[in-house]
Design a binder for this molecule. Sequence first.
Ligand SMILES: Nc1ncnc2c1ncn2[C@@H]1O[C@H](COP(=O)(O)OP(=O)(O)OP(=O)(O)O)[C@@H](O)[C@H]1O
Ligand SMILES: [Mg+2]
Length: 206
Amino acid sequence: MAIVIAVAQQKGGTGKTTLAANLAAAMAPSRKVALLDIDPQHSLTRWYGLRPATAAKLTFSDVSGWRVTSELDRLKAGHDVVVIDSPPQIDTDARLAIRGATLVLIPVQLSPPDIWAAEGTLKLAAAEKRRAAIVLNRVPSSGKLRDSMTALLRRNGAPLLAATIGNRTGFATAFAEGLAVTETAPRSVAANELRALLKEVLESME
Ligand SMILES: Nc1ncnc2c1ncn2[C@@H]1O[C@H](COP(=O)(O)OP(=O)(O)OP(=O)(O)O)[C@@H](O)[C@H]1O
Ligand SMILES: [Mg+2]
């Protein structure tokens, strides 16, 4: 049975699309991977449109509304993994994505509004009885902010992943070419961080 990773967070600009694209492309050489874009902004669709024919194959689909569940079922039938990129709001489509998920992956940047917004997504995942995990994105390598915000999340019992992603320009560079950082710069810090995240995400679902 396919696993479904729904990348969700009601706050905009936290890295949902970036992580959905990078995780999917990083898995593509070893697994049958499908991407489902349910965000009307369609940035993932644009990314996929730029993807070179020579890059590892991914199935791509974009749907909205009542078709989300049936499309997800269709993709699950023919793939090992489905990665869903969702819109920056909790609407019906995002709920359907969370309902269909094996894991709800919530990117959070280290600022109070991001952390507060994650609480809404966590509540929704809990209401749907779905497992959720928070990945800290664009994290500074050290400093007071990192320590205080991480402590705040831990105090609140947030399901924090150990893997974090730093603020790396390589993500935008790769995105502009329809690729992942593991494809454009496989030895970069960004690629190492992404592989560590992927490993932890996959292990958490075993
Ligand atoms: N780890 C990172 N390092 C540097 N830049 C990043 C990182 N993650 C995301 N970004 C940048 O942040 C911006 C927002 O990222 P992205 O579009 O993935 O967020 P999003 O959550 O999908 O946004 P939206 O809510 O609008 O769909 C983009 O310009 C992206 O390149
Ligand atoms: Mg997005």
